[in-house]
Design a protein around this ligand. Structure first.
Ligand SMILES: [Zn+2]
Length: 242
């Protein structure tokens, strides 16, 4: 794998690793988005760190610079190399952030549900910043699964259909465009759009895993957790700019 700065990375993590954690008695649903890295079912948000936003801005500036240079000129080549290096920096910072965030989520709950990403949309999208976020989310999901196995927590991916439209209290479908940021239902529920989605994701995840909190109680969750040992080869999936 050739990288813009000649860096080649392939990590081989041999996971013969199962950590013991005291059950937290908590469940969490996660909705990833562009405004925040994620919003959870408790209404908490995880913001993208400032250093990341800064490098992303610099990335956009460099992209513009490349497009202004004459095709085939050495100045354009220089700008392209610089852009490639910046892109690598952003993806490394993103990956680092995804790993730390996934570990934090898994450690603070016994059950984690997140939305399965739609690969179709990711392929269709050609905007660099957006594609980097998408890559970060899929990395985040992979690390959630990984740490879930290590710490014996249940991590479930749910289908994204209607999670932002349905009311998390009464189940009514409340159609809303992307610009509508608040979920308002006739049943009286008023919630931040992403918070409502995260609650739906959690409910869907629990249903999918066959967990009924009313009957098994929170302590029952760990029974579904997997502690099997396995090997995982993690390869850096981000590619330098073409
Ligand atoms: Zn409702």
């Amino acid at each position: 794998m050739r990288r813009a700065d000649g860096y080649y990375a392939q990590f081989c993590i041999n996971v013969e690793r199962a950590e013991e954690l005291v059950p937290t008695g908590k469940t969490i649903g996660i909705d990833v988005g562009l405004n925040h890295f994620y919003t959870d079912s408790n209404g908490e948000t995880m913001t993208n760190p400032r250093h990341l936003r800064k490098t992303e801005k610099a990335l956009k500036r460099l992209q513009k610079r490349v497009s202004r240079k004459k095709k085939g000129s050495s100045n354009r080549q220089k700008a392209i190399n610089k852009l490639g290096r910046k892109h690598l920096k952003v993806s490394r910072q993103r990956k680092d952030f995804a790993i730390k965030t996934a570990l934090y989520v898994v450690k603070s709950s016994d059950f984690v549900a997140y939305e399965e990403l739609q690969v179709r949309n990711m392929v269709k999208n050609h905007k660099l910043a957006k594609s980097i976020s998408d890559a970060a989310w899929s990395q985040f999901a992979e690390w959630l699964q990984y740490f879930g196995k290590v710490y014996g927590k249940t991590v479930v991916a749910v289908a994204p259909q209607y999670t932002s439209q349905d009311c998390s209290s009464c189940g009514n479908r409340v159609q809303k465009t992307l610009s509508i940021r608040t979920h308002i239902c006739l049943c009286g529920t008023v919630l931040d759009r992403d918070h409502n989605a995260a609650l739906n994701i959690l409910a869907k995840g629990l249903k999918e895993a066959g967990i009924n909190l009313n009957t098994v109680g929170h302590t029952g969750i760990n029974a579904w957790g997997q502690t099997d040992l396995y090997s995982l080869v993690v390869t850096s999936t981000s590619k330098p700019t073409d």
